[in-house]
Ligand binder design. Structure first.
Ligand code: ME8
Length: 491
């Protein structure tokens, strides 16, 4: 048997100082869409998400909640995991950076980098914003102040260990040059190149003044800088340091999905770390934009976050999934607006898709002949284009193309006035429409898994999905009880 292609997709691991919001759901949703797409392609898929728990943010949030850091992160990790399950996210593994298996992998990774001669001790003298709990460079400052908190940073002096990231600049630039699809979209790639050329330095990877974190192996009393350990999750989540076989099966990652706020870490520091450890680089890193509310980034500190669970109480989950993927060109920013969500539900989901399924099934239910004919609608299905968009991670465009087909099916009903037909003419039209619905149910699965299942149930089709079945054949379903897919949202 020919070996299956593998597909390994990741999301950022999220900080646990808050529960998931629409922004974190968005990245995870796109990862879910990609994972499900590759599953129906028949690939050996691994989808990783998780939580980044060794941050000072955990310490502060725990303090605020009056809990020990340990019990706080445990509770929050459960909330994140459950929320993603509740949102129908089909992750294969959920990695937590406080787990032993992660620590083991981090130590193994560090050993390699250290052996390479890429770790050295130095003095860190620089700006430090206590409120951010982060080091700042001179270029970060605005009028000598932290741009977020508008306070003058402290000058901090610490004995730290550094990772020699600068050593890999040239190799990395060459790799980016040779692999134009390594960093996507293109405009981000240009930014990264500029950053590597002009600003990328060695980074301090240990902390002397913090207690919460993974113990630093070279000096007692220091812990790993949280970003150094966090990035390694992409390895430890698939077995690095604890299951070599699994690790070999899935590494390198096929796709890291991230938001634009963490580009430098993923596109410069992380690849440098991997080069140092003699590990292959991920195949693609796709950087998406921000969901904003009235033009401002959706974030906890601004108090403008949308809770996906609350949204789910008001609208069907699949409608939210549809909206998030369809609304913004993948890679750009977009404003979240409930009116736009309602519009898409009433227009695209109720009128286009819902109506199509309802109309076809009501006609088919009454028809006593056989659903047979010649494929007439198949030519409107541009499967190659859909596949092309998915290969380029343009989930929004793929969905748009599926909708073009759905609209063609509605047009077919109207132009042929199918409700007026009878006998073999009706049998032919219904054959075309039922086969179209069957194909649509497969194509929609990655985006709207519950809707896909509902359609298949009404058509009496089996649950197993295979992208290769997106060609017209003999209709082999059975018309079952009709069910409304989406209800109109009244204002
Ligand atoms: O940065 N719109 O975690 P984080 C779109 N732990 N996406 C958004 C968003 C918004 N308004 N807000 C957040 C971290 N995101 C680190 C990552 S990875 C080794 C460590 C998404 O909880 C987006 O993917 O701050 C962004 O990159 C990520 O959440 C940041 O999550």
């Amino acid at each position: 048997m020919a070996s299956r292609k593998k597909f390994y997709v990741t999301t950022p691991i999220y900080y646990v100082n808050d529960k998931p919001h629409l922004g974190s759901f968005y990245t995870t949703l796109v990862a879910d869409v990609m994972a499900r797409w590759h599953r129906i392609k028949g690939d050996d898929v691994f989808f990783l998400t998780g939580t980044d728990e060794n941050s000072q943010k955990s310490v502060e949030a725990a303090k605020k909640a009056g809990k020990t850091v340990e019990s706080y992160v445990n509770e929050m990790a459960t909330i994140w995991k459950d929320t993603f399950k509740n949102l129908n996210i089909s992750f294969d593994e959920f990695i937590r950076t406080t787990e032993e298996r992660h620590k083991k992998g981090v130590y193994e990774f560090f050993k390699r980098v250290n052996k390479k001669g890429d770790i050295y001790k130095g003095k860190y003298v620089g700006y430090y914003c206590v409120r951010c709990e982060a080091f700042l460079t001179k270029t970060d400052l605005v009028e000598n102040k932290c741009p977020i908190h508008k306070v003058e940073p402290n000058i901090l002096e610490e004995e730290n260990y550094f990772f020699r990231a600068s050593r890999y600049k040239d190799e990395l630039l060459e790799y980016i040059e040779k692999n134009p699809k390594f960093i996507l979209p293109e405009k981000r790639r240009e930014e990264v190149i500029k950053y590597i050329k002009t600003a990328m330095n060695d980074i301090s990877i240990s902390r002397q003044t913090q207690e919460w974190g993974i113990e630093f192996p070279l000096e007692k009393g220091q812990v790993f800088y949280v970003w150094f350990d966090a990035l390694i999750n992409y390895l430890t989540g698939i077995g690095f340091g604890w299951d070599e076989e699994k690790f070999k099966r899935y590494w390198p990652a096929d796709l890291h999905l991230i938001g634009k706020d963490i580009t430098k870490f993923h596109c410069a520091i992380w690849p440098a770390m991997l080069l140092s450890a003699d590990l292959e680089l991920p195949k693609h890193i796709y950087i998406h934009g921000f969901w904003t509310v009235k033009g401002e980034k959706m974030s906890k500190s601004l108090g403008n976050v949308v809770d996906p669970i609350k949204l789910k109480e008001k609208y069907p989950l699949d409608a939210i999934r549809y909206f998030l993927v369809r609304q913004i060109p993948f890679g750009e920013d977009g404003d979240f607006d409930e009116e736009a969500l309602k519009e898409r539900i009433n227009g695209e989901l109720v009128n286009d898709l819902g109506n199509l399924v309802w109309r076809v099934l009501s006609l088919a239910e009454k028809f006593t002949g056989s659903f047979e004919g010649t494929p007439e609608l198949e030519k409107y299905l541009n499967l190659e284009k859909i596949e092309f968009h998915m290969e380029n991670f343009r989930v929004d465009l793929a969905l748009q193309e599926i909708w073009n087909f759905i609209r063609q099916c509605n047009k077919y009903i109207n132009e042929k006035e199918v409700w007026k037909l009878s006998g073999s003419e009706l049998g032919n039209a219904l054959y075309n429409l039922l086969e179209s619905l069957r194909v649509i149910s497969i194509l929609l699965y990655p985006f709207m898994p519950e809707t896909s299942e509902k359609i298949r149930k009404q058509l009496g089709l089996e649950k197993k999905l295979d992208l290769r079945d997106c060609v017209f054949k003999k209709f082999e379903g059975r018309i079952e009880k009709r069910e409304i897919l989406f209800k109109k949202i009244e204002n």
